[in-house]
Design a protein around this ligand. Structure first.
Ligand code: NAD
Length: 430
């Protein structure tokens, strides 16, 4: 097995950016990436930092800082989510934008990579304030986003409602004759506002499919297998929903508020109902007990699904992990040191750029429908998603076997080789 042992030549700030660069360096070294193309892919194309004022409910004005980083668009318009979280900064946006470039390339989509967001804790603001913040952020980004230029989508603490506000603000700045040609400026919209059937569950369903494909390959029966989920939001919930339908049992959940466990299993739907009524928090759910958050990853289970933030599985907790499969719903949940430890222990990792790519594939379907004036049925969307995810999984598995590399390295190799080919064929302007 090839493991991620190489450290970057440059000193980089610890965190997600360091992580994604080391993953990139590792794969680029293995394939002997053209050094000129390497120089291009190592840096981001554009980085926007906007400071903008918003009037709060109490009449005072607050200044917010928003980010949008466009890493690469060699394969098509920039694509990636917007995150509202206190940890959002330029380095986080750069790292997440890079992962998007590899993800869209791996999935064979006509997109590049971008990411952004606002550094804030949304729980401190009313819905009306969040609407004004979102609209003013969209206005500040102006024509640096666009349906054929850069297409945002939901991420942590943003949702279909956020996308509807962005769409409405963006369209409102266009002349009347152009307005309805801009529906695809964002994806992940509510269905009534131009969204697609199935986009809500696309990421979680993709995580589930990857686990299913892996289980078929390993001849593992998912029935009665125990899984734990970090992050019970869009991705974590839908992944758990489909796994439970397959007969697997959810035994622990951790969210931003705390951790709960029940060795005998708890109902995914009942927990979702409880959390929805409890401001998004799983704490206090009657059918589970609270546990120390530091014990979460060490719990006895078969499958671990990190679906919250980056750098959650580190050298500190990796040695204690008992799961034999980690399915990365989140972006960048496992750092490079942790990955080395896990691979040595024989734990399989379904890497983020493969495992959570159902989201951007679902977004691509929404974008295509808006662009072509089409409306697809749910079963059609799910079938297309399953086909595309199946192809990606097969390609990554085959590359990992042929290259004797772990799944992440294989996924990066496929993604980078596609970009290299595009640059070699097109050349560099002028
Ligand atoms: P979300 O806002 O719907 O849910 C996030 C969940 O994580 C919540 O349950 C929250 O309480 C929990 N959380 C936040 N901070 C935490 C912490 N410190 N410890 C434990 N739990 C914490 O977000 P989401 O859309 O489900 O995104 C989750 C992850 O999946 C992110 O890494 C995101 O980039 C990635 N992702 C999302 C999509 C998508 O379509 N939404 C697609 C691909 C990847």
């Amino acid at each position: 097995m090839t493991t991620l042992t190489k450290t970057s030549k440059k000193t980089r700030k610890q965190g997600m950016l360091d992580n994604v660069m080391r993953q990139f360096d590792n794969a680029a070294d293995i394939i002997g990436l053209n050094p000129n193309i390497r120089k291009i892919l190592e840096v981001t194309n554009n980085e926007f930092v906007v400071h903008f004022p918003v009037r709060m409910d109490n009449g005072e004005v607050e200044i917010f800082t928003g980010y949008r980083v466009q890493h690469n668009n060699a394969l098509g318009p920039y694509k990636g989510g917007l995150r509202y979280h206190p940890t959002v900064d330029i380095d986080a946006a750069k790292a997440l934008a890079m992962w998007m470039t590899w993800k869209t390339s791996l999935a064979g989509l006509p997109y590049g990579g971008a990411k952004g967001g606002i550094q804030l804790d949304p729980s401190n603001y009313s819905l009306a304030e969040l609407e004004r913040i979102t609209r003013r952020f969209t206005y500040a980004l102006g024509d640096n986003i666009g349906p054929e230029l850069d297409i945002p989508a939901p991420d942590v603490n943003t949702n279909p409602q956020t996308m509807a506000w962005i769409l409405d603000t963006y369209m409102s700045t266009k002349s009347p004759s152009e307005r309805s040609t801009n529906m695809h400026v964002v994806t992940g919209k509510p269905i009534g506002a131009g969204g697609s059937e199935g986009r809500d569950r696309a990421t979680g369903y993709g995580v589930f499919l990857n686990i299913k494909f892996w289980a078929e390959h390993k001849k593992v029966d998912l029935k009665d297998k125990k899984f734990i989920v970090q992050g019970f939001g869009n991705v974590g919930y839908w992944a758990a929903h489909f796994l439970e339908k397959e007969g697997a049992v959810m035994t622990a959940v951790q969210d931003a508020y705390g951790s709960i466990a029940n060795e005998d299993g708890m109902s995914v739907e009942e927990l979702m109902e409880y959390a929805t009524a409890n401001k998004g928090s799983v704490l206090g759910f009657a059918d589970a007990v609270p546990i120390d958050k530091n014990d979460f990853f060490a719990l006895n289970c078969d499958i671990c699904i990190p679906s919250a933030l980056g750098n959650q599985i580190t050298a500190k907790n990796a040695p204690k992990i008992k799961a034999y499969l980690i399915a990365e719903g989140a972006n960048g949940p496992t750092d490079v040191e942790a990955e080395e430890i896990l691979l040595k222990k024989g734990i399989d990792i379904l890497p983020d750029i493969l495992c959570n790519s159902g989201g951007v594939i679902g977004s691509y379907f929404e974008w295509l429908q808006n662009r072509n004036g089409e409306i697809w049925q749910l079963d059609e969307v799910m079938a297309k998603l399953e086909k595309k995810m199946g192809e990606s999984f097969k390609r990554v598995l085959e590359t990992s076997q042929r290259r004797k590399a772990d799944m992440r390295t294989a996924a990066f190799i496929i993604a980078i080789e596609r970009l290299e080919e595009a640059y070699v064929q097109r050349g560099i302007f002028p």
